[in-house]
Design a protein. Structure first.
Length: 201
């Protein structure tokens, strides 16, 4: 029996939903085992493994969507939202837990969250105005540095790597996050001006 044409097109969205399902698993494990002085291998090994798996599916569903030419409105909306849930949720936990808080300062997480809320609002306004934003290299760098940070920080603690290394990764992720936000804002303003000039012409 052959697959109907619609079924392969749903594979990327199914993978995205699997990634979303991994998020509460990670958060429950962090809630149960993370708020201790000695978090153990569930937090320091299993959690980064699950995060790596979740974030690997992000690359996979994007590749499949392009390969199958099955980019959907649902996928374009839910995929970045799931990334934010997984990454920023993990950052909040890492900032809150005593063993990792030295590497993940609260102010850095607040800056990242502020950027995400601001850009989400701008994207909504851009869509309302039919202004298209393609993924920029700075946005990809933001996601990459954030992903590396949340995976490496538990491993650094597990293998007694200096906290400065984890702190450095978070600072790099914070810089990439803020810079990508500025880049989005500048591009949005530029396109708004272009739209205004074309309307006035």
């Amino acid at each position: 029996m052959s697959l109907s044409p619609s079924r392969p097109s749903q594979i990327p969205n199914i993978i995205t939903m699997i990634r979303l399902a991994l998020a509460p698993v990670v958060f429950v494990l962090l809630s149960i085992y993370g708020f201790t002085d000695d978090p153990g291998d569930v937090v320091l090994f299993v959690v980064p493994l699950l995060l790596a798996l979740a974030l690997a599916t992000d690359a996979l569903d994007g590749w499949l969507a392009r390969r199958l030419e099955s980019t959907t409105v649902f996928g374009s909306v839910i995929d970045p939202l799931v990334d934010k849930v997984v990454i920023m949720g993990s950052m909040v936990y890492l900032a809150a837990m005593q063993w990792s808080s030295e590497m993940v300062p609260t102010w850095a997480v607040v800056a990242m969250l502020a950027r995400e809320f601001l850009i989400t609002g701008i994207r909504g306004e851009a869509e309302r105005r039919n202004i298209s934003f393609s993924a920029s290299i700075y946005g990809k760098a933001k996601t990459l540095t954030q992903s590396v940070a949340i995976i490496c920080i538990p491993l650094f603690y597990r293998f007694d790597v200096t906290p400065d290394a984890g702190f450095g990764l978070v600072m790099l992720a914070t810089l990439a996050t803020v810079y990508s936000g500025i880049d989005y804002i500048v591009n949005f303003i530029r396109q708004m001006r272009t739209e205004a000039d074309s309307d006035a012409a």
